[in-house]
Design a binder for this molecule. Structure first.
Ligand code: ADP
Ligand code: MG
Length: 696
């Protein structure tokens, strides 16, 4: 029968599956046997070899006991069913209990020999194992014949389909199916990296004999995931590079001089270097595809503006896409101020323009009468057409999805693209998410910046802290006060921020002019509040995270974050970057909530008090919370891996990147027979992302 098995067979025909179960499997993406063996466990539960009961002492550690049951009692309560028993051997005894396992009751009885695996726990004056994994031996069986360390795979499961159900379906066919698995790596690569064959790795991850064994298998499979992704990204990039219709943008010394004369300050060395690289990129007939990274406040906007102005000086159009209305207006106003009296025509395009203003803006963009367009998502819409779009800048790119980036890029023949991010993305992650981008980092900051004194304020010290804040506000300083978004939806914090406004103005901050800004406000309202704050008519601004994104109010000296434990530390670092831009010392108060945050949450926050280095903070965030949290969600373009972990498998990621480059150098289309399996694997996973790429 194992001869007959095919990876294309439906799981429906496996023993114990059937049509209804098959439906559940399908909800996990498992339709075929091939899918099933590639449904990898996310961890393994260690069931150690048995130990004498008398040696059991450590609470919480996994343990296995073999012995005879005594004093078995069954209790049926209206809402639950409990079996109590003791297990004994020559060295001691241990209490056991099973909740809601009536089917066990018939088989457990005094004198029965069992093997139980679980963790010793203490509940009140009770110490023993609850719901241990239980094996009942037949009277004549030797309970020690199979006694060894076991590693049970724990699978991603659903409410109706347990990890055990998956294991039961897989176990009988695992070996036969694994035999059918193709090797996707060329032999030379596999041996050079000392990786086990793919089929062995698949077998081992489902049935490891040791923790090391499982980890080796996982790493091989993680390497494959990384390699395939790196290949896909690189192929996409290469296909873009082949397009030659990109406008060449040259920056003559005269253009350079004119742009710099417009700026109110000299560029920092980091900004200068970024400008140099970008100029070189745009002179080439291949589209620029660059990620500009820099800690919050390092001055990325002016670099983008430089790129935009040199584009305009070359007779082409530039577009800057930003995530929020407030930011679009801020950029628009600042840029217009820089350009006052010049011939550059700047246009603002947001979702809140009136119909006629929008029509007018679109017309100017289409006719080429708008040189520089600054806008929100409204820029991406289908009716926005450019006459000669040569540069797109995407600010705060983590707020946009890959699809949106592509949509904007589609508005010019092959425009140069500059994406900017204020969440410093660790190199490892940048490589995964932006494998197809070149990366430039601005390492310095404009002169005169002060580090922000950051402290953690537990509830017991908050009253005192508010008194200090009050004093400073009366002395002429200004503060941001930020509340977490309860959900991604912005309607909830509206309530909390407004309630807080009442609480603060009735209490700690009475007599001070306060304002609220949140995502649900109309843009004129927001603008009014922001302007009042910028001009100092509002002393403290209560806000949801909208201010996280780029807003520049140099006078503000205090950043107060409520429920700081609910924010990611990178996000907090962003918030903190909003202050400390003027010449007065700046303070960041991280207020923790009354529902005591965990020790890990506090440890995270302490990192912020210790360092001001956004990259270090991001690395820490990546380590503590994983890439999804750091970047937002899946839609932000992060590939989803089954077993690879960007934080943990950095070495593999780097290797796979080098290997992808080598493989494609020798075989750009993966058309050699030895890359056949690899190509098919890549197409199966990344066909959509590759889209227009001709790899078949
Ligand atoms: P970010 O990189 O976080 O987007 P911005 O571009 O908003 O930072 O710049 C932060 C502030 O620093 C702005 O007020 C900007 O005008 C100012 N700035 C930028 N570059 C310089 C510079 N070279 N010298 C002085 N101030 C600068
Ligand atoms: Mg910015």
């Amino acid at each position: 029968m194992s001869e007959a098995i095919s990876l294309q067979d439906s799981v429906q025909f496996l023993r114990g599956v059937g049509p209804a179960r098959a439906h559940e499997f399908a909800s996990l993406g498992i339709r075929t046997i091939g899918d099933l063996i590639e449904h990898f466990p996310f961890r393994h539960e260690h069931r150690p070899k048995s130990q004498p009961i008398g040696t059991l002492s450590e609470l919480g550690a996994p343990a296995t006991l073999i012995g005879e049951l005594r004093r078995v009692r069954e209790r049926k309560l209206p809402d639950k069913h409990v079996i109590h028993a003791e297990i004994i051997d020559a060295t001691g005894r241990c209490f056991l209990r099973w909740f809601n396992s009536p089917y066990l009751a018939e088989r457990l009885g005094n004198g029965v020999i069992v093997r139980v695996s679980g963790r010793l726990e203490a509940v009140g004056d009770w110490a023993g194992m609850t719901n241990p994994q239980t094996h009942i031996f037949a009277p004549e069986a030797d309970p020690f014949s199979q006694d060894k360390d076991q590693y049970e795979p724990i699978y991603p499961a659903t409410g109706k389909l347990s990890s055990q159900d998956i294991r039961r379906a897989l176990r009988p066919i695992l070996h036969a199916a694994a035999d059918r698995v193709e090797e996707i790596l060329p032999e030379e690569l596999r041996t050079r990296r000392r990786l086990p064959p793919r089929r062995t790795a698949i077998l081992r991850i489902h049935e490891p004999t040791s923790a090391d064994d499982a980890e080796h298998a996982r790493r091989r499979l993680a390497y494959d995931e990384f390699l395939v992704m790196q290949l896909a990204m690189r192929m996409r990039r290469r296909s873009q590079d082949r397009r030659k219709d990109t406008p060449e943008i040259t920056t003559t010394p005269r253009i350079d001089e004119r742009i710099r004369a417009r700026l109110p300050f000299a560029l920092t060395p980091g900004q200068d270097e970024a400008v140099r690289v970008i100029r070189a990129d745009m002179t080439s007939p291949q589209p620029m595809n660059r990620l500009l990274q820099g800690d919050v406040g390092c001055g990325k906007t002016v670099v983008a503006l430089y790129a935009a102005l040199t584009t305009v000086a070359n007779g082409a159009q530039a577009a800057i896409l930003v995530p929020t209305e407030i930011l679009a207006r801020q950029h628009y106003e600042k840029t217009s101020a820089f350009l006052a009296g010049s011939q550059v025509r700047v246009v603002l395009l947001t979702g809140e323009l009136s119909a006629s203003a929008r029509r007018d803006a679109l017309e100017r963009i289409r006719r080429g009468e708008a040189d520089l367009v600054i806008g929100t998502h409204a820029l991406i819409e289908g009716d926005v057409r450019f006459r000669r779009l040569a540069l797109i800048v995407i600010d705060e790119q983590h707020r946009f999805g890959v699809a949106q980036r592509h949509a904007l890029r589609g508005k010019g023949p092959a425009p140069h693209t500059l994406v900017m991010t204020a969440t410093p993305i660790p190199r490892s992650l940048a490589m995964t998410v932006f494998g197809d981008l070149d990366v430039t980092v601005i390492p310095d900051r404009p002169p005169g910046r002060r580090p922000v004194a950051t402290s953690l304020v537990p509830p017991s010290q908050q009253e005192r802290a508010w008194r200090d804040v009050r004093e400073r506000l009366f002395a002429g300083e200004q503060a941001f006060i930020v509340y977490p978004l309860v959900e991604e939806s912005e309607s909830l914090p509206l309530k909390s921020a407004t309630q807080e406004l009442e609480r603060l103005s009735a209490g700690p901050l009475s007599g001070l002019a306060l304002g609220v800004v949140h995502g649900r406000m109309r843009s004129e309202e927001k603008d009014r509040v922001m302007t009042d704050f910028r001009d100092g008519r509002i002393r403290a601004l209560l806000a949801t995270t909208v201010i996280e994104v780029g807003v520049d109010v140099p006078e503000a000296t205090m950043m107060i974050v409520e429920h700081a434990e609910r924010f990611g530390i990178s996000q907090l670092h962003q918030l903190r970057g909003r202050i400390g831009r003027g010449d007065r010392p700046a303070w960041c108060l991280l207020m923790t909530g009354s529902d005591a945050p965990s020790e890990t949450a506090l440890a995270r926050l302490r990192v912020l008090c210790e360092t001001d280095d956004g990259f270090r903070i991001a690395e820490e965030d990546l380590r503590l919370r994983g890439p999804g949290e750091l970047l937002g969600t899946r839609q932000h373009g992060l590939p989803v891996f089954k077993v690879a972990d960007v934080g943990r498998d950095l070495d593999l990621l780097q290797q796979s990147r080098d290997d992808a480059v080598r493989v494609l150098d020798g075989d750009p289309e993966l058309s050699h027979p030895e890359h056949d399996a690899l190509r098919r694997c890549l197409l199966a996973q990344y066909a959509d992302a590759l889209g227009y790429v001709d790899v078949g």
